[in-house]
Design a protein around this ligand. Structure first.
Ligand code: AHR
Length: 630
């Protein structure tokens, strides 16, 4: 029996409570969310032609029109009419095209003799189709100066294994730079846009906050390869590529040469936050390389040289919020967004710990507070949420005076079952909690199987109940390619053509779409909260939504038997109809897949709540291993 006091609003539940965290891991950006279909479009990978197969007379040059991306290719006469010069790119394990859809090829070109030509083809080498080229278009290069050209190509068929081929047409040499292919239909139809289905999946979660761009890539394997936001804005042609810290894929069909094109950069992150209605939460480097890969403080920036890193934070706030008369606000306006992005949060450092971090963070906090007193600053306390190191981290964060502390936990099923009370005992004074990365990792099973997701749902009742101290929470990681990944489980999986949402995705979505505005007091069998392992495996939380006046009750049955549940909605009278959303499954190892993307999805229904003697009552039975929202 549960009692919910619907008459008295408890702590507000922040709009940011359930959010998303995006990092370019598992080919989440290039080859994933970012709509670019070609690999190494700017010839800036360490080996200039990675991703390209060339034939005939192709030369790489390095005095191109874009200062930070100087490499380009020259296609020259192969010396005989029956020879060909050209190059082709198969994207990330084959370019995926849809019948009747348009694809935009853009490239920069010049013809040394003032005139030249290329032939552009979409080809399929892997099937028996004849001819291989199923789309062919000719493009005249009309200038000896660098100029941007565009072609729209419509695919006559579905093809997941296509390649783009470019052939020299004629004898005159032609130089090509920044060769790029996007679907015309991207999310919100933006030209430098996101893959529509993947971005829509983010929007459908109704995230309250959007943390980006990492994760470890903020730090880099070393400082040279840290994420530098200033390299990620302005014209895409002039954004230098950066080696990704996540080089080693457990399984990969595509080149292990993993670079960030920075085409999905900070402007695009802010714009995507706006598009999906989430508060942007950028994470910036604190002057440290990844602590997992660099145990020694000498890998980090000396204290005396921190200023440029601090300035990066201040400039970022100006880029997001400054008016168009400011240096960085003007750059944002030039990119097409004169209105500010209204940034409210900034995180400094990702998952860092001990003295190297504690000594570097204070000058950042001081400078940000001085210039932008309204911005909330997020610090971190290291990777493990237990033990002395963690306590030490929290103590330091209190002393430094950050507003929120970013906690990360990738933990076992048992930990998730036992930790719903984690925040009950947290101090209500000082910094609040941002659970910035978490996921239940099944013992020996690291995929998104049903059982782990259900325990996440159980654990999250504790986040909600403690909304006065937990202000935001984001599962991690977000995306993974089925054919190239470094880390699992992940929330959304995809290949070039398809995607599926994990059960954990649906858990997050059920919380985010049923968030409410205030916690309501809920007791179970007269006791204030669910016990350490829930009561008889039952976990619950309740919230009021002051917008529409509804009451929301979430119940998770982690037990192996059906449990009768009776919820007294005190303060409510008469018979009522409750909308229900239920996630259930009898196979604990079951999961959604590309082949069966909707094997386990929440189902909606209604339930008549009785008019009890004193209040409205939900009388229900909850099946084993089930999450239900009323
Ligand atoms: O989410 C994957 C990684 O886990 C993140 O990059 C890092 O912050 C954590 O160690």
């Amino acid at each position: 029996v549960m009692d919910v006091d619907t008459g008295k609003n408890g702590a507000p539940i922040q709009k940011t409570m359930y959010g998303i965290f995006f990092e370019d891991i598992n080919y989440g950006a290039d080859g994933g969310l970012y709509g670019e279909m070609l690999v190494n479009r700017s010839f800036e990978f360490k080996q200039s032609l990675t991703g390209w197969t060339t034939f005939g007379n192709v030369n790489v040059k390095d005095d191109g029109p874009f200062e930070r991306c100087p490499h380009y290719v020259e296609l020259a006469w192969p010396g005989h009419a029956d020879r060909l010069t050209g190059m082709q790119n198969s994207g990330y394990g084959g370019i995926s095209l849809k019948q009747g859809e348009d694809y935009r090829l853009t490239l920069w070109a010049k013809a040394a003799e003032g005139e030249g030509g290329i032939k552009v083809e979409l080809i399929d080498q892997l099937t028996d189709s004849e001819p291989q080229a199923f789309v062919t278009q000719e493009l005249k290069i009309t200038s000896g100066e660098w100029k941007k050209y565009e072609l729209i190509m419509r695919s006559p068929k579905n093809d997941t294994e296509a390649s783009l081929r470019i052939l020299l047409n004629g004898k005159a040499p032609v130089c090509l730079e920044h060769v790029s292919l996007f679907p015309v239909k991207t999310f919100k139809n933006r030209k430098n846009g996101m893959r529509a289905d993947l971005a829509q999946a983010l929007a459908d979660m109704h995230p309250g906050v959007f943390r980006f761009p990492g994760g470890c890539i903020v730090e880099g394997a070393d400082l040279q390869t840290r994420y530098q936001w200033k390299n990620t804005i302005g014209p895409v042609e002039n954004r230098p590529v950066n080696e990704n810290r996540w080089q080693y894929a457990m399984k990969s069909r595509i080149s292990p040469d993993y670079y960030q094109s920075y085409g999905l950069g900070f402007f695009e992150y802010f714009q995507l936050s706006e598009d999906i209605g989430a508060e942007p939460l950028p994470v910036l480097n604190v002057g440290m390389a990844c602590q997992f890969q660099n145990k020694d403080d000498s890998a980090n920036v000396p204290m005396s040289e921190l200023q440029p890193y601090i300035q990066d934070c201040l400039d970022l706030i100006e880029f997001a919020n400054g008016d168009t008369t400011t240096t960085w606000g003007r750059k944002r306006a030039e990119m097409g967004h004169p209105a500010p992005f209204n940034l409210k949060y900034i995180a400094v450092g990702n998952e860092q710990w001990e003295e190297p971090y504690f000594k570097r963070l204070p000058p950042f906090v001081k400078a940000i507070r001085e210039k932008y007193p309204d911005i909330k600053i997020i610090g971190t306390c290291g990777p493990a949420p237990e033990g002395e190191m963690f306590e030490h981290g929290w103590k330091a964060m209190r002393e430094i005076g950050v507003d929120l502390v970013d906690e990360h936990y990738y933990k076992s099923e048992e930990w998730f079952r036992n930790s719903s009370m984690r925040y009950d005992s947290y101090s209500r004074k000082g910094p609040k909690v941002f659970a910035g990365e978490y996921a239940c990792h099944g013992d020996g099973k690291k995929w998104n199987h049903y059982e782990t997701s259900l325990y996440e749902a159980a654990f999250m009742t504790g986040l909600e109940r403690n909304a006065d101290v937990v202000l935001m929470a984001t599962y991690a990681p977000l995306f993974a390619r089925v054919d190239a990944w470094q880390w699992r489980p992940d929330l959304i999986w995809f290949d070039n053509a398809r995607m599926f949402k994990s059960v954990s995705y649906y858990v997050q979505q059920m919380y985010a779409c049923n968030k409410g505005t205030n916690v309501l007091k809920l007791t179970m069998n007269g006791k204030p909260v669910a016990g350490q392992q829930g009561q008889a495996g039952l976990y619950a939380s309740a919230a009021a939504d002051n917008g529409d006046g509804s009451v929301i009750v979430k119940v998770v049955n982690t037990g192996k038997t059906t449990q009768p549940v009776s919820v007294n909605l005190k303060g409510m009278k008469g018979e009522r109809t409750a909308q229900t959303t239920t996630l259930t499954c009898t196979d604990m190892d079951a999961e959604n897949t590309l082949e069966e993307p909707e094997k386990i999805v929440p189902k909606t229904g209604t339930l008549t709540c009785k008019a009890g003697k004193k209040c409205t009552v939900i009388e229900d039975e909850i099946a084993p291993m089930t999450f239900r929202v009323y």
